[in-house]
Ligand binder design. Structure first.
Ligand code: NI
Length: 165
């Protein structure tokens, strides 16, 4: 799987529900986890690899890799916390983003089993960040406009440098 980066329109589209969790879905889940690990990321969503399906992987430290299929956010805490975020689709850019401290999410795993999870800390943050990808949203969208345009300029610079070798 190849990771799409900022500027690709697919990152801006809403992903579709997966009607059946079958062998293909299992394979997609495995590849998502593999691609996430290869990129040294803690999360990766379908749209980031051009797959417009409601599936994402999250693997934070001291936890196992987790797959979320057709997730719904059940509840988020009123309390917000700021923490530095990055994204495999926006390499070279990090910013402090404000998000709910805890999240309760309902989803299905790659075996087709439904589950509900209450998360906090980095796990909550990664889940909320990845869920945004399913809605065509990037972490940059959660920043004030000025900060956002500065970071986009930074990303373009890093990209140009990278292309120039
Ligand atoms: Ni991301």
């Amino acid at each position: 799987m190849e990771i799409l980066t900022l500027g690709n329109e697919l990152l801006r589209q809403k992903a579709e529900r997966i009607p059946d969790i079958d062998e293909d879905t299992k394979k997609i889940a495995e590849e998502l986890i593999e691609t996430m690990h290869k990129g040294k990321g803690i999360g990766l969503a379908g749209p980031q690899v051009g797959l417009m399906k409601r599936i994402f992987a999250v693997h934070v430290e001291k936890d196992v890799p987790r797959i979320f299929i057709n997730p719904s956010i059940v509840e988020t805490s009123q309390e917000l916390v700021k923490y530095e975020e990055g994204c495999l689709s926006v390499p070279g850019v990090w910013a402090e983003v404000s998000r709910p401290k805890t999240v309760q999410i309902q989803a299905w795993n790659e075996k087709g089993r439904p589950f509900t999870l209450t998360a906090e800390g980095i796990l909550a943050r990664a889940i909320l960040h990845e869920y945004d990808h399913l809605e065509g949203m990037l972490f940059l969208d959660r920043l004030p406009a000025l900060k956002r345009s500065k970071l986009i300029a930074k990303f373009e610079k890093v990209k140009a440098k990278h292309l120039a070798g």
